[in-house]
Design a protein. Sequence first.
Lengths: 164, 329
Amino acid sequence: MNIRTHKFYAIVTLIACGFASQAYAQGKACIELKTTAEVEKEVINDKGEKSKVLVPAGKVVPGTEVVWTVTANNVCKQASDKVTINNPVPEHMTLVANSAIGAGSQISYSLDGKSFAPAGQLTVQENGVTRPARADEYKHIRWEFKNALAPGASAFARFRAVLN
Amino acid sequence: MQSARHLVAVGIVSLFGMWVHEARAVGVPAGTNINNTAQVTYTVGSVSATATSNTSTVTVAEILDVVVTLQTPSMPVIAGATQQELLYRVTNTGNGPESFRLQMTSVLSGDEFDPVAAAPSIYFDTDASGDLSPGDTPYVVGSNDPVLSADAFVTILVVNDIPAGVADGNRGFSRLLADARTGVGAPGTAYAGQGANGTDAVVGTTGADGEVTGEYLVAGIAVNAVKSQVVADQFGGTRPVPGARINYTIVVGATGSGSALAAVFADDIPANTTYVAGTLRLNSVALSDAVDADAGDFSTTPNAHVSVQLGALTQASGSQTIQFAVTIN
């Protein structure tokens, strides 16, 4: 082994490291995203007190309110920044007004999936007149989390929608 | 031949109105899958990335709902009449296809007589005529239960005989009931796996059954009118060309035991024709067009029509013949 060979190895290693870190960010996702559908169910405890719990929504009838929860979990050793969750209101469902929540996030809505604005700032054209869009016309929800998501931490977004 | 447009015998013979209660199904069709997939964008260092969630699915269960509506508010009948029908509509207001069992009963309280169920007593209005006719198919429970898709309806005839001894003004009730074959119960009752496409079936707000009560009203007398026409053109022929004259003859008769008080015959002048002044006649006696002492008049409000006061009509009165003429514009 001579000196030239050593240099060559070093270069190869550097290149390999560069590729690896890029591949890590692009290929293996740092955030694992999970969505669940639940419905509220009233339960009565042994003291006779009523409370509501969320149970998985399997089969639901029209008119049922479904609670959709999206959880973003950072599985990397680095923090993830500018975490933004997008969720269309599912087909055949109507968003419940003011039901979207997500701690530490700014929530905006869209009618077309392109332009987003906070609640109350979207408008629609109807018979030549511009009016504020109603919550039941919102078709997309966006949560923009203000703080970076630390390794191992989870961000949480939720909305309710009624089956048409 | 065509029947006269209006025949009003005030107080005894009620014209029946038709009303349609709009029953609409609600909801996404049973068995539909509702999917949700979220997306996240973020940056790690200077690298931005996107990830997609699992797809979470809920399946739309079947709601069992049915509404029965009456299409004949009150059916005038005479004592002893047979095969008298009431018209109902059974609508599937659920969100999936469902078959319904039909039942009728005429033994009900609150009325003066019980109609006697004919055999068979429930028919499909197969020919959509709105009355019992030879083309209508009898309903046989469990054999030809109507299968209705969401929102669909079927028109049903309930057929009764009227007892001989009933008096004028008496009412007899008859009821049609429909229930979902999958099951009935309190709203929310679930039938696991028994809905459309193997999903669950859940009883809706109607309890998955419906019923409505119809009424026969003994009118004592039935008044009918038969209208005929003869065309005479200005060239001596019978072609209905502009300028041709149409001579109408309406024969009004009463059958039954009672009397139709203050019967009034009214007939609109047909569109695109003009009434020929001075042509109104009752039993060949000319009636002036003015509203005056004689029984008939021609009036243009609210629309052009002739009317003739027939007074109290009984079967013994015999036929009343009304004539008038129009020209084609």
